[in-house]
Design a protein around this ligand. Structure first.
Ligand SMILES: [Zn+2]
Ligand SMILES: [Zn+2]
Length: 357
């Protein structure tokens, strides 16, 4: 039996087109998957708006976006164990398997990997073929919206695990976007850091407030004095902002750390960012990057999602408005709505979810 898929391809900035594609027969270990719910990630909005380098846009488009999501098993290939109808989270990265990083178990650092909605087609399609080893089954009690947040939550898990923990740390997470929020949430749940030792720094009160049950929110603009009191007192800072603002946020982190403190960088930018080297050297700080996540991190998140309390906090960053994607116009509207530079999303927290009927 052969299947035909419709792919919602971004052909150029702001323009989606539907392409039909005949899918190959399933081989060993492969599943036929139908995407269900996916979240729109900031990295994808950059493609949508054409804010990636000319070169990347030329090389990578047309491309199906969306890399944070869930799917249903429609058909199973030889030597697979899942049943039809099983709902799964899709691990969006395909490491090469041969390089030193892959062989050393650091597959998220693979420089030759392919990643959905960056160097491979993402979930904006009606059907696709994928390896069973690259999906994680979703337990019954977990909703699809929550499960669709597995990828960004796994980035948070990887970030938290990149730091070295000895116990009783004072920690700050900088960045009130979804990754910052999830990183603070994971630090709270996994490392059991009490609220008074876990600071959540950002600039938008509505977003900061969401974390107040498990962290101490601090507004970097309006609460400068309180932040000043933390200078040189923290053990670990996780920077989750990226972009041009890193000149401010990384240096803020450097200032907050005590001698031998650790600055874990999750944020990304293509620009050169000036850093204060004196305090890095004088305080003997550790600066460490945390890149993406591994399949193990995905499994860890699915475990965490079984906890009702964790799901409750996670649910706070799911946007109320949803988009059902029947045509290209629906997808375009969803991306416009999710744009954090646009009117809605700047002040309103929440991953915008799209649903494929
Ligand atoms: Zn993402
Ligand atoms: Zn590799």
């Amino acid at each position: 039996m052969t299947y035909k898929a419709k792919e919602f391809q971004l052909v150029e900035p702001f323009v989606f087109e539907i392409k039909e594609k005949e899918l190959p027969a399933l081989r060993q270990g492969e599943l036929l998957l139908k995407p269900l719910v996916a979240g729109i990630c900031g990295s994808e909005i950059l493609y949508f708006k054409g804010q990636k380098s000319e070169k990347k846009l030329k090389e990578r488009l047309p491309m199906a976006l969306l890399h944070e999501g869930t799917a249903e098993v429609v058909e199973t290939g030889p030597e697979t164990s899942m049943e039809k109808g099983q709902k799964v989270v899709v691990f969006p990265m395909l490491p090469c398997g041969n390089c030193d990083a892959c062989k050393e178990g650091f597959e998220n650092g693979c420089q030759k990997s392919r990643f959905m909605a960056a160097t491979a087609d993402g979930l904006a399609r009606t059907l696709f073929v994928y390896r069973e080893e690259n999906v994680v089954a979703i337990p019954e009690e977990i909703g699809l919206d929550e499960a669709a947040l597995t990828e960004p939550t796994a980035i948070a898990v990887n970030g938290v695990n990149t730091a070295e923990w000895k116990g009783r740390e004072k920690v700050a997470v900088i960045g009130d976007g979804p990754i910052g929020y999830l990183t603070a949430l994971v630090a709270s749940f996994v490392r059991k850091i009490p609220k008074e030792d876990l600071f959540f720094l950002g600039i938008i009160d509505e977003k900061l407030k969401l974390a107040e049950e498990f962290a101490t929110p601090l507004n970097s603009i309006s609460q400068k004095e309180e932040i000043e009191k933390l200078q040189g007192k923290l053990d670990i800072v996780l920077e989750c902002v990226g972009g041009k603002a890193q000149e401010i946020t990384l240096n803020q982190g450097i200032g907050l750390l005590k001698p031998r403190g650790q600055l874990i960088v999750l944020g990304l930018t293509d620009e050169n960012v000036p850093l204060m080297t004196n305090p890095i050297v004088n305080k003997g700080l550790v600066l460490k990057g945390s890149v993406r996540s591994t399949k193990k991190d995905f499994e860890k998140v699915v475990e965490l999602l079984k906890d009702h309390g964790f799901r409750k906090q996670l649910g706070k960053i799911i946007c109320d408005k949803r988009f059902v994607i029947k045509g290209t116009e629906d997808l375009k509207q969803a991306f416009e709505y999710a744009d954090t530079e646009g009117e809605h999303a700047r002040n309103n927290p929440g991953r915008v979810m799209v649903e494929f009927p």
